[in-house]
Design a protein around this ligand. Structure first.
Ligand SMILES: *[C@@H]1O[C@H](CO)[C@@H](O)[C@H](O)[C@H]1NC(C)=O
Ligand SMILES: *[C@@H]1O[C@H](CO)[C@@H](O)[C@H](O)[C@H]1NC(C)=O
Length: 291
């Protein structure tokens, strides 16, 4: 009896895998070209199909209208290596949704409507090599620890998002990073940009379009210039040393600050004066108590 079962096992496995591949286990409107691939690209889907086999390794869901993914998604599909959700309607991901798979190698969330990458979102994706987050035009917030733990990540795409500033500490814990795309964001090269600028200068070989491919707006007139025209000197005043910079940022912002200070003192003085007169008029002499 026992040897017989042993002998039958490969056959049973073959039959069940054939059924899984060509039978009812491929979700309707999707293609399953091999045992581990489910391709539901451009099918007008508004949610993740129900009957995706649990052992799927490549799940292609791009060009649909999927607005959210269940928070236990990667717990369920724990064999997943390749997940393509490009060009969907994702606006928010619950923290932890994508943090539980240690196998995922490729993740594409580009061309969605994400606004924030919360800290811990990719917590345990230790095998992740490529992460695409570009073309999310409202994406402006990245949690400080969003990318910590992505120890294998080689390629990070953050192009054409909504970033005016990015805390450089977000990028620092990425030991395997080879390529990072940051072009097409509304970068603002004020003092908050200084640290990122230094990091970019040191990591310019990781920028596919180089420093000249990334533009930022000058604080005084909003004119956009490629980063290659700036130098660390352009941000000198941010360290407290007053020098003439490439675009006279110092002088200009200095004048604005003084002007603002004068206006503020003037306003304050008027208010105090008014208050004094008012309190004198109503209650008489109370100045000693106030001082
Ligand atoms: C995004 O998906 C929509 C819906 O399937 C499609 O019409 C559009 O062409 C796709 N855009 C790109 C750039 O692939
Ligand atoms: C994308 O998000 C923005 C801001 O949250 C919102 O105003 C807009 O309607 C969203 N667009 C789509 C297509 O969901």
């Amino acid at each position: 009896m026992l040897p017989c079962i042993n002998w039958l096992q490969p056959f049973l496995a073959l039959i069940s895998s054939t059924l899984l591949t060509h039978g009812h286990n491929c979700p309707s409107r999707c293609l399953c070209p091999d045992h581990h691939t489910v391709n539901c690209t451009s099918q007008g889907l508004t949610g993740i199909p129900d009957s995706v086999p649990l052992d799927v390794r490549r799940l292609l869901l791009s060009n649909n209208w999927i607005p959210w993914i269940p928070s236990d998604f990667l717990v369920l599909y724990s064999d997943l290596l390749y997940l393509d959700l490009r060009n969907n309607s994702l606006s928010q991901l619950e923290p932890g949704t994508l943090s539980s798979s240690s196998r995922l190698v490729f993740l594409d969330l580009g061309s969605n409507n994400l606004t924030e990458i919360p800290s811990g979102m990719f917590g345990e994706l230790k095998s992740l090599i490529k992460l695409r987050l570009g073309n999310n035009p409202y994406l402006t917030i990245v949690g400080r620890n969003s990318f910590t733990g992505l120890t294998s990540l080689r390629e990070l795409e953050l192009e054409r998002n909504g970033f005016a500033i990015l805390d450089v500490r977000v990028l620092e814990p990425l030991p395997s990073l080879r390529t990072i795309r940051l072009e097409g964001n509304p970068w603002l090269c004020n003092c908050h940009f200084a640290k990122l600028f230094v990091w970019l200068t040191q990591n310019r070989h990781k920028l596919p379009a180089g420093m000249e491919g990334i533009e930022c707006s000058l604080p005084m007139d909003g004119r956009r210039v490629p980063l290659s025209l700036l130098s660390e000197d352009s941000f000198r005043e941010c360290h407290g040393t007053l020098t003439l910079t490439d675009y006279l940022i110092v002088i200009f912002s200095g004048i604005s600050v003084s002007f603002a200070a004068i206006m503020a003192s003037f306003l304050l003085a008027s208010i105090v004066h008014c208050f004094h007169r008012l309190s004198k008029g109503s209650k008489g002499d109370e100045e000693e108590g106030k001082e």
